[in-house]
Ligand binder design. Structure first.
Ligand code: DQA
Length: 142
């Protein structure tokens, strides 16, 4: 079982990016956590990150064409990217929207997710555990 863990803009800077909000774990460490959790669950996990909306849309097309389940942290694209939403709407397998923080507790502009309505479900507010919980949730859906 292959799973794509896709990450949007600024998440490559985890570790140094606003550590009081996002913690001190680096993106490289996050990749390790996802791969380890995947191995424990019998999933072959591939983690990617991009700051480029077009590249992220392309990865979602690839997932749709290959029926690959996705864990997606859309980062700021969450709040305004209709092209991301339209790409997710084409999904052929479960897709779980995740966030490290709980956007509902933050600035007003973060209270809207334009992708939530086309995701299988959303997990937010649990830090790195948001990724672990999403991978576990995928195993119960397949
Ligand atoms: C985020 C929350 C978003 O509002 C923000 O733009 C991010 C990270 C999170 O994981 O908490 O970049 O998706």
């Amino acid at each position: 079982h292959r799973v794509l863990v896709l990450n949007g803009p600024n998440l490559g800077r985890l570790g140094s990016r606003e550590p009081e909000k996002y913690g001190t774990t680096t993106f490289a460490e996050l990749v390790g956590v996802c791969e380890k959790t995947g191995a424990e669950l019998g999933l072959e996990v591939e983690v990617r990150q991009t700051d480029d909306e077009a590249e992220l849309v392309g990865w979602l097309h690839e997932a749709a064409d290959t029926r690959t389940p996705v864990v997606l942290n859309p980062a700021a694209f969450t709040h305004y990217s209709y092209s991301l939403r339209d790409a997710i709407a084409q999904r052929t397998a479960p897709l779980i929207e995740i966030h490290l923080t709980n956007p509902a507790t933050r600035e007003d502009f973060r209270h809207t997710s334009v992708v939530a309505g086309v995701a299988t479900g959303t997990i937010a507010g649990f830090g790195l555990d948001s990724y672990r919980l999403a991978l576990r949730a995928l195993t119960t859906l397949e």
